[in-house]
Each structure stands twice: as structure tokens, then as C-alpha cells.
Design a protein around this ligand. Structure first.
Ligand SMILES: NC(=O)c1ccc[n+]([C@@H]2O[C@H](COP(=O)([O-])OP(=O)(O)OC[C@H]3O[C@@H](n4cnc5c(N)ncnc54)[C@H](OP(=O)(O)O)[C@@H]3O)[C@@H](O)[C@H]2O)c1
Length: 266
């Protein structure tokens, strides 16, 4: 008689789950049977956004009420349900600030201009705390995806978008710092994927998403446009960013995108 096979239940921690990208990934993760945790400042708001999901699917979601600046709330969100000494295997952060317009309407800033950097630092602090409680051999590096923006490196933007992106200096400085926090973390703490998304829309998911990064070489599989180098484009829907995160980060353990700054556009 053959041994029964056990299928791994994937555990995913979400930060910023009420934002469109992370929300789309969270919905797909829950629908596919993942066990998810989410940090939300307003759990009732998140639950209303998920109200179309059947109650049995929502049983796989644990919401921690709190702010990303509260270490205990971050730690609670990170902990695996099966082994609370370890983090969940996947971490998706779509945290971002709300735009704030000051005296110069062409230079909007954010309600918290450092929120992305602070969120990344908070998650990494939580991971360090968990790692300090287990032996080196027990530690399992989670895969963390953070959502950043195109236009942070030369060659990522179509020419006509440059003036618009010039106005986004403050949010982009914060994104670059966030990227730096995850990319320069000490060896062995985590694996990471940076998603540099194009201008976001609330359009439907299912578009022809192209993904690329500096130095990428075509591999002939035609997936995500099989782009040579960086994917240059204008926009992408939040639903498609979430779909890509679900399919590639959770579904494929990050695949070829681990350790890369991946531009996602149509
Ligand atoms: N707009 C664009 O064209 C564009 C392009 C590229 C990248 N991005 C970036 O991509 C990311 C995702 O964007 P999105 O539109 O999907 O989401 P979003 O609408 O920017 O949502 C931000 C999320 O962060 C949460 N948040 C903010 N401050 C928090 C705090 N202190 N503690 C806990 N949670 C906090 C919000 O929660 P609440 O519900 O409690 O507010 C919300 O869930 C953002 O960083 C955004 O700046 C945007």
C-alpha cells in the first residue's frame, strides 16, 4: 500500500492587507487554501473587503489589530500557526502612506513619509526576534515580497512618464529606503522579492502582465512576457500585482525573482 501524501498548507503573513495589491493576493491565497494572517488597523474594514468570501474560507484568516509600528502586533502576524517559534513561510507587504498635498501641489508627500521603510524595519525586527529564539539549524528563512515602484532606476520609465514621476520624489525616496532595508539584511535572515509596480489602476485583473529586471535574460517560456532586462511600461492594475504575487511568490516560492527588483507593467 502506498504512503498517504501530505500536502503542505502554505502560511502567509500580510501587512497592508486593505490596500488593493495585498488584498488581491490575500483573496487568492485564502481561496487556494493558504492559512493567512493579516495586520490591520481596522479589522472590520478588512472583513468588509473580504465579505464576498464564504465563511469557511475566512476561517483560515487570523487578523491582528494594530499598527506596523507596534512590535507585538507585527510579531503576532509573523508567527507560524503550526510552529509559533518560526515565521510564516511567505510575507507580503503592501504598506504605503496616504498622499498629502502641501504648499507645492506638484510635490505631494505622505501622511508618514517614512512608512515603507519603517514597515520593512519592523518586519525585519520581528524576524530577528523570532530567529534569536531558535537554533541556527531550526531557522527557516521566510520569503518576503515588498511593493515598490517603477522609475527608481534609469531605464525603467517610458520618456513621457518622467515629469510625473519627478513629482513623486518623497514617496520614491521612502521606497528606495525600504528596498535597501530588505536587500541589505544580514545573510540567512530572509529571502526577498521587490516588486516595482507601474502606475496603479483599479482595473480588473487578467491583463498581459510583463515582468523583468536589470540583467534578465529571456528563457523562452513566454511567461509574463519573457522580458529581456527591465519591463518598461505605463501601468498595471492592483489586481494584477496581487495575482503576480500570489502566482510567483506564494505559488512558485519566488522562482527566478528571488533577490531581484522586478518591474511589473502591462
Ligand atoms: N499608486 C501607485 O500608482 C503606486 C505605484 C507603485 C507603487 N505603489 C505603492 O504600492 C504599495 C501598495 O499600494 P496599494 O494601492 O495596493 O495600497 P495602499 O492603498 O497604498 O494601502 C496601503 C496599506 O498600508 C496600510 N498602512 C498604512 N500605514 C500603516 C500603518 N502604520 N500600520 C499598518 N498598516 C498601515 C493601509 O492600512 P489602512 O487601511 O489602515 O489605511 C493599507 O492597508 C504602496 O506602498 C504604494 O505606495 C503605488
Amino acid at each position: 500500500m502506498s504512503e498517504p501524501t501530505t500536502t503542505e498548507v502554505k502560511e502567509v503573513a500580510f501587512f497592508g492587507p486593505t490596500g488593493g495589491c495585498a488584498l488581491a493576493a490575500l483573496k487568492l491565497a485564502l481561496e487556494s487554501g493558504c492559512r493567512c494572517s493579516a495586520l490591520a488597523r481596522r479589522p472590520s474594514h478588512l472583513l468588509s473587503q473580504l465579505s464576498t468570501l464564504p465563511p469557511n474560507i475566512l476561517e483560515n484568516l487570523t487578523i491582528t489589530e494594530g499598527n506596523v509600528q507596534t512590535p507585538t502586533a507585527v510579531l503576532e502576524t509573523l508567527r507560524s500557526q503550526t510552529n509559533p517559534s518560526l515565521p510564516r513561510k511567505y510575507i507580503i507587504s503592501g504598506i504605503g502612506g496616504a498622499p498629502k498635498f502641501g504648499l507645492n501641489p506638484f510635490r505631494p508627500t505622505l501622511d508618514n513619509p517614512h512608512i515603507c521603510q519603517e514597515a520593512a524595519e519592523a518586519v525585519l525586527s520581528g524576524l530577528r526576534e523570532l530567529k534569536s529564539g531558535v537554533t541556527e539549524g531550526e531557522w527557516q528563512q521566510p520569503l518576503m515580497a515588498v511593493i515598490s515602484s517603477t522609475g527608481l532606476a534609469p531605464g525603467e520609465l517610458p520618456f513621457v512618464m518622467k515629469p510625473l514621476y519627478g513629482m513623486l520624489k518623497h514617496p520614491h525616496d521612502d521606497k528606495l529606503k525600504m528596498e535597501g532595508v530588505v536587500a541589505t539584511a544580514e545573510e540567512g535572515l530572509l529571502k526577498w522579492v521587490v516588486v516595482r509596480a507601474g502606475l496603479m489602476t483599479d482595473g480588473p485583473a487578467g491583463g498581459a502582465v510583463r515582468a523583468g529586471y536589470a540583467g534578465r535574460v529571456k528563457n523562452g517560456n513566454e511567461k509574463w512576457g519573457d522580458v529581456e532586462g527591465v519591463a518598461v511600461g505605463y501601468r498595471i492594475s492592483r489586481g494584477d500585482v496581487g495575482r503576480w504575487l500570489f502566482e510567483e511568490v506564494i505559488g512558485q516560492d519566488g522562482g527566478e525573482w528571488v533577490g531581484k527588483r522586478v518591474c511589473l507593467v502591462y
